[in-house]
Design a protein around this ligand. Sequence first.
Ligand SMILES: Nc1ncnc2c1ncn2[C@@H]1O[C@H](COP(=O)(O)OP(=O)(O)O)[C@@H](O)[C@H]1O
Ligand SMILES: [Mg+2]
Length: 232
Amino acid sequence: MIEGRGLRKVFKSGIFRNKAVVAVDGVNVRIDEGEAVALVGESGSGKSTLGRILLMLIRPDEGKVVFEGIELTKLKGKELRRLRTKMQLIPQNPEDALDPRWRLYDSVAEPLRVHGLCDKNEEEERVLELTKAVGLKEEHLGRYPHELSGGELQRAVIARALALNPKFLVCDEPTSMLDLSTQATVVRLLMKLQRRMDLAILFITHDVELAQIVGDRVLSMAEGRIANSVVC
Ligand SMILES: Nc1ncnc2c1ncn2[C@@H]1O[C@H](COP(=O)(O)OP(=O)(O)O)[C@@H](O)[C@H]1O
Ligand SMILES: [Mg+2]
C-alpha cells in the first residue's frame, strides 16, 4: 500500500551549510493496508525525516515512494496534492496542526471546505461525526486551541486528519507531549480508529514498550538506517 525504496536524504546544515547530515540512508520500508508499523529509535536517528518522506512532505534525494501502486516521487503539483489527502500526519505537538485563531469547528471543517466536498449541512454532520469518533463533545467545537487540554487538542488534530478518509497515517510521537494517563487514552483511540477504518499507520516513538503495544511490527532505526524488524 505504501512503500519506500532506497530512500536517502542528506541535509546541509551549519551556518555556512557546509556540514552534511545523512538523515535517511538507504531505507526500504513497506506498510500494508490496515497494518500498524511502529518505528523506534533514538532522537536524531531519522524517524521524522523518514515519516515525512513517505508523506512526500520532504522529497528524498534518492529512492522512490510508491502509494497504492502510484510512484509519488514522479508526481508534482495538483496530482500529488490530490493523493496526499489520502495520507496524513499527526505531529508531536498538536498546536502545529491547528490554527490558534480558529475555533475547533473550523479546523476540523477546513479540509472538507478546501476540497469542496460538501454543502453546509453535510459539513456540519461530518464534523459532528468526526468529533464523536475521537471522543470530543459538541461543546468543544466552539473553543479555541488555548481553551483545550493537550489530550483534547490531539483528539482534535486526529479528527481533522481523518476528515478526508485517509488510508495512511504517520503519527510522529503523537503522545510524547501528554501526561501518562492521557497518553494511554490517545493511543487507545488511535488503535481503535486504525482497526475501524482499516488504516495503515506508521507510529513513530522513542518508547520501545509503546512501540510493541501499537505495532503489528516494530522497525528500529539508527543513524538513518532500519536496523532490524521484529514481528509482535
Ligand atoms: N531540516 C533539516 N535541516 C538540517 N538537518 C535536519 C533537518 N531535519 C532533520 N535534520 C537532521 O537529520 C537528522 C535526523 O533528524 P530526524 O529525522 O528529526 O530524527 P528523529 O525524528 O529520529 O529524532 C538529525 O541529525 C537532524 O538534526
Ligand atoms: Mg522526530
